[in-house]
Design a protein around this ligand. Structure first.
Ligand code: HEC
Ligand code: HEC
Length: 325
């Protein structure tokens, strides 16, 4: 009996030491994406213009980092709040913690070097070496062309410095540990030439983060074989649920029957962000940043369309919107 309990104690102690070692490793050695690069961006007007286009209409940094008016369809941004941060992504939306989008105007980032901002965008690691929650699609940005990343940095550095003190984010256990294991070193691609429409479309789709919202997730992992098949659930604070659409070319449940013009018109219909209709809380609304993507060029939207047509059609019937009653 004594012997047994000794063995048990040894085993338990072993587990504690091992777990403790793993814990210490995760806590102190991760994330490990290397030092921020020592880069200095020399902004040209063309870079700032390119960055403005990407940040507002493609990578939609503005979408999360500005105030949103959720009384309107698709939550257009509140003018004058561009990049001041403060939107909460929290338990009310079904997330494992409370994460505040940060102030990324120069008032928020004045202590950051260009290399530190670059590393954050492409790996999700802050200047203090801490991981951010992957609701910011840094994994999608990881393969962005360095020229595009630099253009975005040049643009956000050119914005008016607006003070807005943001509370610290807090992840629940065990997400606070899991988060440390997610960041990887960036894996930059070159932006393909626009004449190679398919490769170019794939690139734009990637950095626009379409897959992040349009792939269903089980226990935090995207479901394999269901890329772009929709069904990712978004919970509104009142408990209503909207599910992302199936944008694979399946003819029954996806966008197989959509002509290119239908696709383009669907986006362009939201070009005037100031005229979005008022939506009551119980009515259909969506996190799909329609008003921001509406500013994408027809060339870029057409390239996305072309790329989406090449995906494997996946059947995925779903209810788009469920009212909580
Ligand atoms: C889907 C929403 C979303 C998008 C899109 C997004 N971000 Fe973020 N970002 C966040 C959230 C939320 C945080 C804070 C996360 C946390 O604290 O764990 C954050 C953090 C940051 C930070 C860290 C700032 C600090 O003070 O710690 C920077 C810089 C940043 N984002 C820049 C960008 C840029 C540039 C883009 C576009 C290329 C972008 N973000 C796109 C949601 C988003
Ligand atoms: C923040 C999450 C989010 C992002 C990012 C996002 N979508 Fe969506 N999308 C949704 C949701 C939710 C819906 C369903 C509700 C609606 O129609 O707005 C949707 C609907 C759509 C529809 C309408 C399909 C139909 O059958 O009516 C299309 C097309 C679409 N998305 C394409 C895209 C493309 C292309 C991208 C990338 C450029 C993208 N989405 C990025 C969340 C997102």
């Amino acid at each position: 009996m004594k012997k047994l309990s000794y063995a048990v104690v040894t085993v338990i102690a072993g587990i504690i030491v091992l777990a403790g070692g793993g814990y210490t490793y995760i806590l102190y050695a991760l994330p490990d994406v290397g030092e921020a690069e020592n880069i200095r961006i020399d902004p040209t007007p063309e870079m700032i213009q390119r960055g403005a286009y990407l940040a507002n209409h493609v990578t939609v940094c503005i979408d999360c980092h500005s105030g949103r008016d959720w009384t309107k369809f698709s939550g257009p941004i509140k003018r004058g709040t561009e990049c001041i941060g403060g939107e909460a992504f929290d338990h009310k939306l079904g997330l494992p913690g409370t994460f505040y989008a940060k102030n990324i105007t120069p008032a928020g980032l004045h202590d950051w070097t260009d290399g530190e901002i670059y590393r954050l965008i492409t790996t999700g690691v802050t200047r203090d070496g801490e991981p951010i929650f992957p609701i910011m699609p840094y994994q999608a940005y990881s393969s962005m062309d360095p020229e595009d990343v630099k253009a975005i940095i040049a643009y956000i550095r050119s914005l008016p410095a607006l003070e807005n003190q943001i509370e610290a984010s807090r992840a629940d256990f065990p997400m606070n540990l899991i988060m440390r294991t997610i960041p990887k070193k960036a894996n930059p691609d070159r932006r393909p030439s626009t004449s190679d429409t398919l490769a170019y479309g794939r690139y734009i789709t990637q950095i626009a983060g379409c897959a992040d919202c349009h792939t269903p997730v089980v226990k935090g992992e995207p479901v394999e074989g269901m890329e772009f098949a929709g069904g990712f659930e978004f919970t509104f604070p009142n408990g209503n649920i909207v599910r992302s659409a199936n944008i694979t070319p399946d003819e029954e449940t996806g966008i197989g029957f959509w002509a290119k013009e239908t696709f383009l018109m669907r986006f362009k219909a939201y070009s005037n962000a100031d005229s979005m209709k008022t939506v009551r809380p119980e009515e259909f609304n969506t996190p799909m940043p329609w008003t921001m993507y509406a500013g994408m060029t027809s060339e870029d939207l057409s390239a996305i369309y072309k790329y989406l047509r090449t995906l494997k059609p996946v059947k995925n019937p779903m209810e788009r919107f469920t009212v909580n009653d």
